[in-house]
Design a protein around this ligand. Structure first.
Ligand code: FCB
Length: 444
């Protein structure tokens, strides 16, 4: 076990999930459909034709799942709340049964010594709001602010932090430009307007939660990774610069500098979003932390991109590139004035299965985690303020357009029976956390 000397005393170790990917109970106790329920019903959009109706059945198995987390020595848990479970129409009436579920989840975590990290929006907009135009409509930002404020007032004194949005780039680009995620829209102009409304709703929600007296640290989670030109050609370099603008600077610049990047605006021309006076000031409202989800780097050039022979790839076809996480953090640290960082997602899909003796051997995942944790340690040693690391994911779960065909969990889920089996990587992570936290305890 290699321990890294640079992790600070209070550094937290956890795992992450999201509501739609694990809960199931899609039509129970008053929950109304979200855009992902509707999207899954369109033929051909989910690789295995599946949906989130049952998923990991976490809604019914929650107490036992929390016991499992405790037994694995996890200190923190990042989860999301389903908006359409707590406020079925996204406006108006609140659903006590839905809120009660999250009360029990949060209290159950605290009882077991696990710090709850709440994410408000992990992509599952109430369908009723999509019927009114969804995130393309500015008014939905106001609906989100109501949702955020109500949730923060109810849970804010019990959770370790509140994240407004998970990966707005994915919502905008995959959901509204490429149309491969819910709500399945293919229109770049709409996508950029959606991105603006997501950012605006983030800033407005932070202001509203603070004004309401919420004390919990508030922030946002962005998916990022280095964008690298595939060759040294001028073409590839300028494409990489643009992709970097669309993925990283389009979100970082407004949040930390209060403006969109000029080169991207110039490129977008008529597709640039409509921005009202004062929006940018709201978006740059100071936040208490920034979450980064890191999986890989991206090579950019003429399509299709060929990885050099011998490149290590996960089951998603994503390159295993741990040093990209260090590079990313150092670059952000250099270019922006950052609040404390958390690695809010990092992990790998592999085709794991049960073998005799009830084990699930997944040596590649443990190695992936070990190397990426090392990359975080390297960034800390170089001066970046990082406070926690969350492995994606606690469970195998519904991997969006890939359905149940990709397994990211450190705990294997047999979807037919619901049976959970910790994989070898879960035991590796348990032992690592125990040794690492013991070491951190004596860190000066
Ligand atoms: C991230 C998502 C998460 C999961 C991982 C693999 O983009 O936030 O829900 O699907 O990718």
């Amino acid at each position: 076990m290699t321990l890294h000397p640079s992790f600070p005393k209070d550094f937290v170790w956890g795992t992450a999930t999201s509501a739609f990917q694990i809960e199931g109970a899609a039509a129970e106790d008053g929950r109304a459909p979200s855009i992902w329920d509707s999207f899954c019903r369109q033929p051909g959009v989910i690789l295995d034709g599946s949906n989130g109706d049952i998923a990991c059945d976490h809604y019914h198995r929650m107490p036992a799942d929390l016991d499992l987390m405790r037994d694995l020595g996890l200190k923190a848990y990042r989860f999301s709340t389903s908006w359409s479970r707590v406020q079925p129409d996204g406006i108006g009436a609140w659903n006590d049964k839905g809120l009660g579920f999250y009360d029990r989840l949060v209290d159950g975590l605290l009882e077991r010594g696990i710090a709850p990290y709440l994410t408000l929006y992990h992509w599952d907009l109430p369908q009723a709001l999509q019927d009114q135009g969804g995130w393309a409509e500015r008014d939905v930002a106001l609906r989100f602010v109501d949702y955020a404020e109500t949730m923060a007032l109810r849970f804010g004194d019990r959770v370790a932090s509140i994240t407004t949005h998970n990966e707005p780039w994915v919502v905008a680009t995959l959901g509204h430009e490429q149309g491969i995620f819910a709500p399945g829209i293919k229109n770049r102009r709409t996508a950029l307007q959606v991105a603006h409304h997501l950012l605006l709703s983030h800033g407005m929600a932070v202001l509203a939660m603070r004004a309401a007296g919420v004390k919990s640290p508030l922030g946002i989670v962005l998916n990022q990774g280095p964008i690298v030109p595939a060759t040294d050609s001028e073409h590839d370099r300028s494409r990489a610069r643009l992709e970097d603008g669309l993925l990283i600077r389009w979100y970082m610049d407004p949040i930390f500098r209060g403006r969109y990047p000029d080169d991207v605006l110039a490129h977008l021309r008529d597709d640039a979003p409509q921005v009202q006076d004062g929006d940018m000031r709201v978006i740059r409202t100071p936040i208490d932390f920034l979450g980064l989800n890191y999986y890989t780097r991206s090579l950019v050039g003429s399509e299709p991109i060929q990885h050099p022979p011998g490149t290590e790839l996960t089951d998603m076809g994503w390159e295993v590139y741990p040093q990209g996480l260090t590079e990313l953090m150092l670059r952000l640290h250099r270019d922006y004035t950052l609040p404390p960082l958390y690695i809010t997602e990092n992990g790998a899909a592999y085709q794991d299965g049960l073998v005799s003796g009830g084990r699930v051997p997944d040596p590649l995942r443990a190695e992936y985690l070990r190397r990426h944790i090392g990359a975080v340690g390297d960034a800390i040693a170089a001066g970046v303020d990082v406070r926690g690391y969350f492995c994606w994911s606690l469970f195998d779960n519904f991997e969006w357009a890939f359905g149940y065909s990709k397994r990211f969990g450190i705990v294997h889920v047999d979807y037919a029976s619901g049976l959970r089996t910790p994989k070898d990587s879960a035991y590796w992570y348990r032992d690592f956390i125990a040794a690492q936290t013991a070491r951190q305890a004596v860190t000066p």
